[in-house]
Design a protein around this ligand. Sequence first.
Ligand code: BMX
Ligand code: ZN
Length: 289
Amino acid sequence: MSTLAIDIGGTKIAIGFVSNGSLMKRRQFPTPKVQTADEFAKQILDNCRDWLPDVARIGVSTTGLVSEEGISSINPETLAFPSPFPLKASLQKLADRPVMMLNDAQAAAWFEFVNLDTPIKNMAFITVSTGVGGGLVIDGKLHKGTTGLAGHIGHIAVDPDGPECGCGQRGCVETLASGTAIERISKQIFFPPVSNVHLFSIADEDDMAERIIRQSAGAIATLCTNLKAILDLDVVVIGGGVGLASGYISRVQEAINEKPNFCQVPVVAAKGNYDACLLGAAFQFNELN
Ligand code: BMX
Ligand code: ZN
């Protein structure tokens, strides 16, 4: 049975044609401006009309808080959904296929958990991308919480004097570590501005670039040690465009290793690589627990 996988991020949407658990075809395009859910769904489906005759079901992983009513933004600066945004119902109606939907990082967490080399019970997935998202597997079960909010670890406030976050708090991990945060900080330092990809490529010879990346990795390290203290995790899996950039995970691990032993935790790269959330979108049809 073939699945159309859709991963909605703050910057881009990736779509995949998944057959027997393998990603057979993949496309990506910039996230359209959010209007009505019907229009948003139509724009996604327009990008894969040729796949639809062979698609039996649709799995979506999306940035934002996913509930029965629809998607809501926790940080509207990442993607401003008019809340609740009933995208699942629109896709179901327009494509006439069963649709399942999860938060992007929750979907990736479950995919990564099932694909771990060593079976363990407690794991977090962290995506460092436009925002900082998270998914938690506790005692072998994906933990979504009462309202679906569980895992929104980018909005743990770690610096009371830090920058304002679009979620309404100050000093959230997302304001210190995300791709958006790195861009904001690097813009204050580099003129003309440099892209995040370029920033990583010059980090070896440019102290300032290295410092900006270390600040992000340091905030993710603090997040990991906090999560270890709360949940006694066995491992943290990291994904996302920034999270998977060359040398990022080793910088996070180095920062973790400077903390006391009890809260140290190993960090590894997502098996699904840049497509962990996309594969997770399709994978949610496999039993979640
Ligand atoms: C934000 C939040 C999370 C999401 C995370 C990563 C919104 C719209 N999104 O913290 O739900 O998981 O960003 O999202 O409030 P991404 O767009 O960086 O993949
Ligand atoms: Zn926040």
